[in-house]
Design a binder for this molecule. Structure first.
Ligand code: UT7
Length: 333
């Protein structure tokens, strides 16, 4: 394939010389959830807990279990491609964010590419709950290199590394997948306005799983560090975009804990009215959570053309990533 020269920057991005652009359009979004629902009430048979306590401390009402990471990823990606009206031969790259791959080796992305009939590069991104946003930002870099369409998927089967008898982790995690077709659109209004990616490996031990083991967590410390990471990353991305908190039309944060979001929002200046949430329905689905909410927001008409949409991921590592997009992508009737 002959790569075209990078497109010139738009007048908008000329005002932000560190944000080159070839346009950035999420032209199709897809989602997949397994069939089996585990409610908070169901968990009371294995955990000394209650529906009321879980809702109050986390905002979670239920989670989904079952399936495979490749299976859920394929379902979500196929739906995204259909909505974008994009054929398998048009996809230039698959980026699959997951912290629960089907195998330690190989990555899950090549299997997903094969099932979708793609003929392109395919790799996993392991950045825990920030992975899908990392992928989105990296997709922009691939578009600048001349690729035209990048598939960015977040998929998890966290039930395989969650101990559903543990009082801390057992109440949080579930499975699911979300996907987006990201397209270059040099003449369109869509753009990656600002972004931020970061990591602090001094906090590996507050949330981790060893080979063959379950997730281990220091919940209070994760809570504290998540609030700090959110504030830091949102502020950095907004500074890069030249936007303030009130300029963001919709923020979709990683769905971890409603109290983390509310604490962080007080620091950043966001309101819950600006916020896309689906935590009660899906629990914490790590790298899948943000595209799962995005799918829901499109269903309910919460995103209009030209909206400034922020995706904000944070999680184990610690890792964090924020992307702010001027929306010109999929709109559902
Ligand atoms: O993607 C990132 C994923 N991780 C997170 O988002 C984790 C962030 N942290 C959290 O969400 C919270 O730390 C938890 C929800 C996990 C735990 O809440 P907490 O307020 O840190 O609980 P705690 O361990 O300090 O316990 C407080 C009380 C204790 O009772 P007393 O001593 O005050 O009477 C515990 O025995 O709550 C009790 N408790 C529970 N009660 C019912 C602890 N776990 C449970 C439970 N059900 N599952």
């Amino acid at each position: 394939m002959t790569l075209p020269a990078p497109a010139s920057t738009t007048s908008d991005s000329a005002a932000r010389p560190d944000v080159p652009t070839v346009g950035f359009r999420l032209s199709g979004i897809g989602a997949a959830l397994p069939e089996t629902v585990v409610t908070n009430h169901d968990l009371t048979t294995t955990i000394d807990t209650s529906d009321e306590w879980i809702r109050d401390r986390t905002g979670i009402g239920q989670r989904f279990v079952g399936g495979t990471t490749a299976g859920l990823a394929t379902e979500a990606a196929a739906q995204a491609m259909k909505r974008a009206e994009v054929g398998a031969e048009e996809i230039d790259q698959l980026l699959l964010a997951t912290t629960s791959p089907d195998f330690i080796c190989p990555g899950t992305a090549p299997a997903v590419a094969a099932r979708l009939g793609l003929d392109c590069g395919a790799l996993d991104i392991q950045a825990a709950c920030s992975g899908w946003v990392y992928g989105l930002i990296m997709a922009n870099g691939l578009l600048l290199q001349g690729q035209k369409k990048v598939l960015v998927v977040g998929a998890e089967t966290l039930d395989r590394i969650t101990d559903y008898s543990a009082r801390d982790t057992g109440i949080l995690f579930g499975n699911g997948a979300g996907a987006a077709v990201v397209e270059a659109d040099p003449n369109g209004p869509g753009e990656l306005l600002g972004w931020d990616m970061g990591a602090d490996g001094n906090y590996v031990d507050i949330l981790y799983a060893e080979h063959g083991g379950h997730l281990q967590m220091n919940g209070k410390e994760v809570f504290r560090q998540a609030v700090r990471a959110i504030e830091r990353s949102a502020v950095a991305a907004m500074a890069r975009a030249g936007l303030g908190a009130s300029d963001i039309d919709l923020v979709i944060p990683h769905q971890a804990n409603i109290n983390i979001i509310e604490s962080a929002w007080k620091r950043v200046g966001f309101t819950m009215e600006q916020t896309g949430m689906r935590l009660e329905e899906i629990g914490n689905t790590s790298a899948a959570s943000i595209p799962l909410v995005l799918d829901d927001m499109l269903d309910s008409g919460r995103i209009q053309p030209g909206a400034n949409v922020m995706f904000l991921g944070f999680g184990a590592g610690m890792t964090w990533a924020t992307a702010i997009i001027r929306w010109s992508g999929e709109i559902r009737p």
